[in-house]
Design a binder for this molecule. Structure first.
Ligand code: ASN
Length: 327
């Protein structure tokens, strides 16, 4: 019995050292300095682009009484401050809507760290349980406006990277072929892709594509606007990176009218109590018409650096479902 537990202890200790070494190897990855430099260049280009287009930058919040309800379940992440329940920020969607109540603000963005305690099934190549998204929202925004804006931002970032990151690309053994954009981004609807490729349409369409493209119409969170001319369809969209790198952005036109918000919440049994104050604002007609989106910084880095998995874009692992996290 004792021998066995001693052996078990040794195995455990060995495993712990292995995990520690893994974390050290990750930090010491010789490619990491170049990846981080490219990521810095992406953020520099994004800020530049936003500044030139007079999109006002806000600082992020990291906890709030309400946050993104998401379209999938994640582990509970409640916090308490002075007896009030907060949640870690899953996305600043409601803060973006609320900010635009200010009459002097038209277009805003946030470089926003988000925490989503994903289940281990999401320990794949594209999820992190802590990541950063560039989250933007436009007053009187429409889908078309976001398509045009984002396409032009992507082109701006790619051109900036091609100019500024030659040394990094050389060190990473990369060409810039995947950053050459010829056509305007194609637009598909979920229903047409699903008919063509079946349930796994996003991945298959991404693998077949050589340029980024849009997928419109997803049934998901209550805050994305339903298309009232075509009930049961939605004015929301994802931008898909090509060559199998899949979703890089998601967003939509928003519900902002009281009756619409309530209808949509009831359809999915959303807890209304939690959103009582938000609902009150909608009832008073304070919420305004907006559209926006958020794109993942690490996902953009992954595509631009053609990384095998998103976790390769981070210094410390945030891949869901790991046995142990050292840092
Ligand atoms: N930021 C996204 C949006 O603007 C929402 C999300 O992160 N799920 O719609």
């Amino acid at each position: 019995m004792e021998v066995c537990s001693l052996k078990e202890k040794m195995i455990e200790k060995e495993r712990e050292l292995e995990l520690l070494n893994e974390a050290v190897d990750k930090i010491k990855n010789p490619k990491l300095p170049y990846i981080l430099r490219v990521q810095q260049s992406i953020l520099r280009a994004v800020d530049d682009y936003m500044y030139k287009n007079k999109i006002t930058r806000m600082m992020p919040l990291m906890m709030a009484p309400i946050t993104d309800t998401l379209n999938h379940s994640v582990e509970e992440s409640a916090l308490f401050y002075q007896g009030q329940e907060f949640d870690v920020m899953k996305s600043m969607i409601f803060h973006k809507q609320a900010t635009l109540m200010n009459k002097g603000l038209e277009k805003i963005y946030i470089v926003s760290p988000n925490i989503r305690l994903e289940s281990s099934e999401r320990g794949d190549k594209r999820h992190l349980f802590e990541f950063t998204q560039v989250d933007f929202e436009f007053k009187e925004g429409t889908m078309e406006m976001v398509f045009e804006f984002m396409e032009s931002l992507v082109r701006y970032v790619f051109e900036f990277i091609k100019k500024e990151c030659t040394e990094e690309f050389k060190a990473l053994g990369l060409t810039t072929d995947h950053l050459e954009l010829k056509d305007t981004f194609k637009k598909y609807r979920t229903e047409e892709l699903e008919e063509k490729y079946g349930e796994d349409f996003e991945r298959i369409a991404s693998e077949k594509a050589t340029e980024p493209f849009w997928i419109i119409n997803h049934k998901r969170e209550f805050y994305d606007a339903e298309d009232l001319d075509n009930k049961g369809t939605y004015k929301n969209y994802d931008l898909i990176w090509p060559k199998g790198y899949v979703e890089g952005l998601s967003g939509g036109e928003r519900e902002y009218k009281y009756d619409r918000i309530i209808t949509r919440m009831r359809e999915i049994n959303q807890d209304e109590e939690r959103f009582k104050d938000y609902i009150e604002l909608a009832k008073r007609g304070e919420l305004v018409k907006t559209a926006g989106a958020g794109f993942g910084v690490e996902r953009m880095t992954r595509f631009i650096c053609q990384l095998n998995q998103i976790d390769d874009a981070t210094v410390f692992t945030r891949k869901p479902g790991k046995e142990k996290y050292i840092f």
